[in-house]
Design a binder for this molecule. Sequence first.
Ligand SMILES: Nc1ncnc2c1ncn2[C@@H]1O[C@H](COP(=O)(O)OP(=O)(O)OP(=O)(O)O)[C@@H](O)[C@H]1O
Ligand SMILES: [Mg+2]
Length: 398
Amino acid sequence: AGALPAAIAANSRGKGLICPLECGSEAAWAGMGEDNPGGVLAPRSIIALVNHFRGTQVLSEPEPLKAVEAGAVPDLRDIKGQETAKRALEVAAAGGHNMLMVGPPGSGKSMLASRLPGILPPLSPREMLETSMVASLAGELHRTGVSRRRPYRAPHHSASMPALIGGGLRVKPGEVSLAHRGVLFLDELPEFPRQVLDSLRQPLETGEAVVARANAHVTFPARFQLVAAMNPCRCGHAGDAARACPRVPRCVSDYQAKLSGPMLDRIDIHIEVPPVAHADLALPPPAEGSAEVAARIAAARELQQARFSELVGPGSMLLNSHVEGELLDRIAAPDDSGRRLLAEAAERMGLTARGYHRVLRVARTLADLEGGGGVRRIHVAEALAYRETVAGRLGAAA
Ligand SMILES: Nc1ncnc2c1ncn2[C@@H]1O[C@H](COP(=O)(O)OP(=O)(O)OP(=O)(O)O)[C@@H](O)[C@H]1O
Ligand SMILES: [Mg+2]
């Protein structure tokens, strides 16, 4: 594992790399398009290597990995109705916002999440190098090949801590790092062990996963977009008066208490996904599919790239969702009417400072989806709507 970063390091020092046959093409990819001073030797055995240096049987350079064509992924067009959820998915994808979907079984949450790979823009060459290095360290690259498709990882809630965060005997990156520059989808979020959910906080905040060892720490990149889904309560039907069990709203708060406040605070977009109306299911497929949505998302991401290249530095890979503090104030200050609405809402909803910033980040992305002008009242209003949770609503009703 790790032949790609090893080859890059060797190249930068003007050296070659000798690695096992299986990693040869991965290591050779590192030297593509540049002068590759040392070259890569990937012999089948030590004998072959000895023969190479004796000059009796010269090894040829391995072929670099070929970029694999991204295969087909499911299309948004398959989803009937659910316009609000689809819109939220588009906004989340455009700004890289973390998103939590809450809804009863069968409402289409998993279906929505699985459409993300088809609407996210392809990786830039630099991003692809980063994601390939992580995959190489995990020992996955020679199997999967390099691809411009953004990573999409959906680990099961029974996955172990080292599998998710990184670790193991020979420290390997976990799912959070394999999802770097892409999406980490956690289905049935409250079913993940508390310890795992808590350990997600750090990568969510810093974009890095730190694995503690006896005598050292290993840091892997982990700048992922978290998309999570859950039922409102254990039986799944709270919020539907006809089917809810008698323990509502207690069961809702019990179930959702498994998610800590600091974690929920890192999620910019919270939406409710109601059951699909029978009338919607009978509709013909919607006119708009993944291709149309992907084009709007790509345009919004280009605006962000231009903005942050100017404000932060060329080549910045920031997205609206990563921005905080003074920079956020600079890029997302709403107009007067928007500011008034936000002040009122902050008062009425008891917004925390973090909540306030979440609204601004999402409002910035909404304005970017409209062409990148200033943040206006209408954007603030929509961003405020992405804060509703079933717990909040039922809590307010109780
Ligand atoms: N809006 C929709 N349009 C078309 N089919 C849908 C829609 N919503 C759900 N379905 C159908 O219902 C099935 C279940 O959806 P999905 O698995 O996404 O639900 P879920 O919300 O993840 O449920 P759970 O909470 O049980 O995980 C889908 O495979 C699909 O066939
Ligand atoms: Mg599901």
